[in-house]
Ligand binder design. Structure first.
Ligand code: AHR
Length: 501
């Protein structure tokens, strides 16, 4: 059997893992909000109309921060439509997704939902059709204690305490031609800088994210970041990245290596940020917000699937297989191994829309296959990420050339002594023995090995079989003389937990 090896040593620390790397995204899109987090007629709905089954799954998943309200949606959104008495809120033609937006959920409902979900709100402002004033007013509405026009409106609307939203995205994917109010890098950079200044005048404690390229294949990738940062470097804290993956033209090998693409994307954007820093001669460092990432199949076809201007249409409802869950596990590895620079990451989206959870209107909610690597990585990928350099057989891919068969990341929480080894075997057919040198952690003992794999790589979870794809406990890996050995099944994602206490 093929073998791959890593060395686990707490001295090789990459960086502390920011809890906000375990974030998600709720957009007014399809059934993410209506029928997802909010469904007042649902048997599980609470007094505010939120589905408690979805709240429970969200808490169980361990989502630390949720970005809202978009996405493409935000670029045409009037946030004022979503406040005040629900009966008075306008029904709007929503241009990004060609739906009818009822505005029954707005910023106050979202903030209340976040409190119930025990998660931090992240807000995006509209820099497509709107600008500086509306963004500053939204900050005033959310964060100013009281005694001003907008903060008093919030109090009158029932939210006595400020929502305290710290992290804000300055628009969404503004380089994209599809975006309402799309802009050139110069136009966007100038607008984002002025908006940032005004928002910080209202609340100096804000953290701000500038839009990076909407994806790596944009013709302006890197030049966009360079120009935007020239205008915004001093007033923002993060640059955003977005990536979605699917097998193109049946190329499963490259799909399984999506983490390689994510690694390269992160390293390229880090280089852009550090280039701007050197060019401008600043000491401040700009970090990364990977505020949209996932596997996504239905991207190009959604317009064919529904009539326009319907409320909460069932669009972008991807179903995730075993193979997709393994890729999601690999993307989580990429995020963790860049813990020194990726401080925020939001898988897109939380429920029903390209999401790890699915609901039926009036019916149950269930976990998709991808829920499981996320929940386990969020629970156990804590503390610091450690540098491991796998020595591994290679697999060949059309898009990325030869890539290691083993994709591994290790985290170590010094305070609890917990060590987590996250390992993906990218081979469709061959098992792999993972050998880990643990001599630098002499007191380490194995807690468990769980793995997600299946003889049917296309197996999915459904309403009737919600636990068809779940991680399974594996035989305990051997550990002797500081060397651990574990078997990784073909096409699998594994978590091997150890403790040093
Ligand atoms: O998450 C779906 C969409 O993908 C978002 O609205 C947009 O930002 C991205 O292109």
């Amino acid at each position: 059997m093929d073998k791959a090896s890593i060395v686990v040593d707490p001295a090789f620390k990459i960086g502390d893992i920011d809890p906000r790397i375990r974030g998600s995204f709720v957009e007014h899109l399809g059934r993410c909000v209506y029928g997802g987090i909010y469904e007042p007629d649902h048997p599980s709905a609470d007094e505010d109309g939120f589905r408690t089954d979805v709240l429970e799954l969200t808490r169980e998943l361990g989502v630390t921060a949720v970005r809202y309200p978009g996405g493409n949606f935000v670029s045409g959104y009037n946030w004022e439509d979503g406040i005040g008495p629900k009966a008075d809120r306008p029904r709007r033609l929503e241009l990004a997704w060609k739906t009818l937006e009822t505005n029954q959920v707005g910023v106050d409902e979202f903030a209340a939902w976040c409190r119930k979900a025990a998660t931090e709100p992240i807000m995006a402002v509209n820099l497509g059709t709107r600008g500086v004033a509306e963004a500053a007013e939204l900050v005033e509405y959310c964060n100013h204690p009281a005694g001003s026009y907008w903060s008093d409106q919030r109090v009158r609307n029932g939210a006595k305490d400020p929502h305290g939203v710290r992290l804000w995205c300055l628009g969404n994917e503004m380089d994209g031609q599809w975006q309402i109010g799309h802009k050139t890098a110069r136009e966007y950079g100038l607008l984002a800088a002025e908006t940032a200044k005004a928002m910080r005048m209202v609340d100096p404690s804000l953290e701000l994210v500038a839009c990076g390229s909407s994806h790596r294949r944009m013709p302006t990738f890197a030049s966009w970041e360079a120009e935007v940062l020239e205008h915004t470097y001093d007033v923002v804290d993060y640059v955003s990245l977005h990536s979605y993956y699917a097998p193109r033209n049946g190329d499963v090998a490259s799909f399984l290596a999506s983490g390689v693409d994510m690694d390269e994307m992160i390293e390229a954007v880090v280089a852009s940020c550090d280039y701007a820093r050197a060019k401008l001669g600043r000491s401040k460092r700009i970090d990364l917000s990977y505020d949209e990432w996932n596997v996504w199949y239905s991207g190009g076809s959604w317009q064919d699937t529904v009539d326009p201007w319907t409320e909460a249409p069932p669009i972008l409802q991807d179903e995730y297989s075993v193979m997709d869950a393994v890729v999601v596990g690999s993307l989580l590895n990429s995020l963790l191994r860049h813990a020194d620079r990726v401080k925020i990451a939001c898988f897109a989206q939380l429920v029903n829309v390209i999401a790890p959870m699915t609901t039926e209107n009036g019916g149950p909610a269930w976990r998709q296959s991808s829920y499981h690597p996320m929940a386990l990585a969020f629970a156990h990928g804590v503390g610091a990420a450690l540098r491991v350099e796998p020595v591994s057989p290679l697999v060949s891919t059309p898009l990325y050339g030869d890539v290691p068969q083993l994709d591994a990341t290790v985290t170590y929480d010094e305070s609890s002594g917990a060590v987590a080894v996250f390992a993906v075997n990218r081979s469709l057919t061959e098992p792999l023995v993972l050998s880990a040198d643990l001599r630098s952690l002499p007191s380490a003992r194995v807690v468990e090995h769980v793995a997600l794999f299946d003889s049917d790589r296309d197996a999915i979870n459904t309403k009737d079989a919600p636990d068809r794809v779940v991680p399974r406990t594996q035989p305990a890996p051997s550990l002797a003389d500081g060397r651990l050995e574990a078997e990784l099944p073909p096409l699998s994602w594994s978590l091997i937990r150890l403790t040093t206490t």
